[in-house]
Design a protein around this ligand. Structure first.
Ligand code: NAD
Length: 275
């Protein structure tokens, strides 16, 4: 890894760090000699996860901190930032990764809408607003990685709430990176990590899915190149298939097709034949 934000002795802050892609990232950062601040709403899982990460860190437990945090609460995120800067002094990586998943349709319970938006969208906005001024003032390279989803790009039917949160997050992160890129002497970049199907949580691994470590490999290589969009394939969906699906979704607008046409029998043949 040659990106200076991800070098030995720098600090990574990861939300949703108690399991899945967040935990795998923390393990990798620690093994690379970075200091790691792990934030998660699930305090019990977080304690065990922090011990696993510390076991891989050359600096041991001194290089790892676990901060129970609800990303939907702005005060929690600000307390996280204060704790991290108090202990480690500067930050190289902010990975806004925590998410709530929910299935359902447009008329689902408003409480579910508000909660999922609060975690998946506002949690990221709070994270960026809490950390960005300090990241800029440090004057050293830093990266912000927001974990999105293909569902926020191609918008498959069902899971409307989740899709909306991830599509809002995509738009926000694109705007953020554009602003950062156009700010003189700014050492911070933003990136959108888009995992494919990945076995996480307590789920049994299926052959079609990637493992979290594969997502981390892809993310690190992409950050090294300076990529903004970090779109991960999996063992069922290739990068070429992703590209075709993304093009087709954009084509619904430019070709005046109905939305989500890819999932309608009227367009199945045309989609199958499309380049
Ligand atoms: N696993 C996949 O197939 C997949 C695919 C696309 C995108 N993603 C995205 O990747 C990211 C990580 O997902 P994962 O599959 O590793 O998830 P996971 O369910 O394994 O872990 C999510 C973590 O977030 C924590 N969390 C939930 N609500 C929180 C809150 N309010 N505050 C703080 N922490 C909270 C949970 O306790 C959990 O530890 C998410 O943003 C998810 O949307 C995952």
């Amino acid at each position: 890894m040659t990106h200076p934000a991800l070098s030995e002795g720098r600090t990574a802050v990861v939300t949703g760090a108690a399991m899945g892609i967040g935990l795998a990232s923390c393990k990798r950062f620690a093994a690379m000699g970075m200091r790691v601040a792990m934030a998660d709403i699930d305090g019990d899982e977080l304690t065990g996860a922090a011990a696993e990460v510390a076991a891989l860190a050359p600096g041991g437990a001194d290089a790892v901190m676990a901060v129970p945090t609800d990303v939907a609460k702005r005060d929690d995120i600000e307390a996280l930032r204060n704790a991290v800067f108090d202990r480690f002094g500067s930050v190289g990586v902010l990975m806004n990764n925590a998410a709530a998943r929910i299935a359902g349709g447009t008329s689902d319970d408003l409480a579910d809408w508000h909660h999922t938006m609060a975690v998946n969208f506002w949690g990221v906005v709070y994270g960026v607003r809490a950390f960005l001024p300090a990241l800029r003032d440090q004057g050293t390279p830093a990266v912000i990685v927001n974990t999105g989803s293909k569902q926020g790009i191609t918008n498959p039917p069902g899971n409307v709430i989740y899709n909306v949160t991830k599509s809002a997050l995509k738009t926000y992160t694109e705007q953020l990176q554009h602003e950062l890129r156009n700010t003189r002497d700014n050492p911070v970049t933003a990136h959108l990590l888009v995992p494919g199907w990945t076995t996480t949580g307590k789920r049994a691994h299926k052959p079609g899915a990637w493992l979290p470590d594969q997502v981390v490999d892809r993310m690190l290589a992409a950050l090294d190149r300076g990529d903004f969009y970090i779109i991960c394939p999996d063992n069922e969906v290739t990068s070429e298939m992703d590209a075709k699906r993304i093009r087709w979704g954009a084509g619904d607008i430019t070709e005046n097709r109905p939305p989500l046409s890819r999932w309608h029998p009227d367009y199945k043949e045309a989609f199958d034949k499309a380049p």
